[in-house]
Design a protein. Sequence first.
Length: 369
Amino acid sequence: MKRAFGVALVVFELCCQAAADESTELRNKALAGDASAQLSLGEKYRVGLGLTADPAEAMRFYKLAAEQDIAEAQFALAEMYRLGEASPPDYQEAVRWYRRAAEKGLPEAQFNLGVMYDNGQGVAQDYSEAVRWYRITAEKGMADAEYNLGLMYALGKGVNQDYQEAARWYRRAAEHRDLPQAEYNLGVLYDRGQGFAADLQEAARWYRRAAEQGHAEAAFNLALMYAAGQGVPQDHAEAARWYQSAAGQGQPEAQYNLALLYAEGQGVVRNYSLAARWYRLAAEQGELDAQLNLAALYAGGKGVAQDYVASYQWLELAARAGEPDARKAQESIAGKMTSEQIDRARALAGAWKPCRGKLECEERVQLRP
C-alpha cells in the first residue's frame, strides 16, 4: 500500500508540475503579446481552469486580446462588464465591447447588443436598433434572436405591428425545439386569430409542443381546450392531466381548475383532500375563487378538518379583495364562532401576504391550515 501511494504521489506531483509549466508558458506568451494566449489565459482565470479563479486577471488578459481585435475576447470582456464579475456592472463598457465584437460578425455579441438596445442598458433605449441587431442574428439562425424578433413584430416595437411576421419568426424559432415560449406564442396567435384566421386545432398543436417541454401557460391553455372541446375532442381526463402539469409549476389558475375537477370528480376520482390542497395553493397566491372554495371546505369539513377560524380567515381575505359573496358566507358561519375566534381569523387575514414562488407556497400548505 505504501509503495502504491508513493507512486501515485509522484505521478500527482509530476502532473501538477506539468500543469504549472504549461500555465507559465501560456502566461509568458500572453505577456509577450500573443493574442491567442491572452484569450486562453483569460478563460482559465475566469473559470478557474488549471489556475485559481481570478476575475481581475481574467479581465486583464481578455482586454489585452480584445484590444488586438479578437472578437471572442471582446465578447467575453463585455459579458464580464455586464455581469459585474470583476467590478460593479458597467453597461456602457459592456455595450462598447459588444459593439466591437458585433461589428466583427460575432452572432452572440450582435444578439446581446440588440438586447442592450431593447432594455436601454448602457445606451438610450432604441427598439429600431434592437430590431436591426436581432434581425442580423436571426438571419443567421439563432433561435433566441428569431424569437425576440417575432416578439418585436407582435408588440409593434421598433417595427410596425405585424402578426404574420411575428408568426414567421416564432415558427423559425420553434423549429429549434428548445424554445417552448416561441411555440406557445405561436399557439396564442392561432388561438386568437391574429395575423390569420383563428385555427384552434393549430393552436392546440403548438400549445401541446410547448407544454411537452414544460411550459406552464401552454399546458394550462391546452387543458382549457380539452375541458371545452375546442380544437381537440372534449376530454376531462386530458384536461386534468395538463392542469396538473401547469399546477405543479405553480400556475394558480391551473391549481384552481384542477381543484374543481377533484371536488366534482370530473376526469379524476373525486378527492376532497386533493381539492383542498390545490385550492390552498391557488388561494395562497391570491386566487379569489380558490379562497372562497377553500373556505367552504373548511366550513364543511370536506377534505380537511372542520375549522371555522380558517374558513373565516379565507373569506375575510376574499372580502377585502372585493369579492361580494365572501361577506354573506362569513355571516353564515359567524354564529357558530366565538368573538375570540372571529378576532383571531381577522388577525390571521391581516397578517397574510401572497406567497412568492412555488416552494414558498408549498411550504405554507405543509406547515399550517
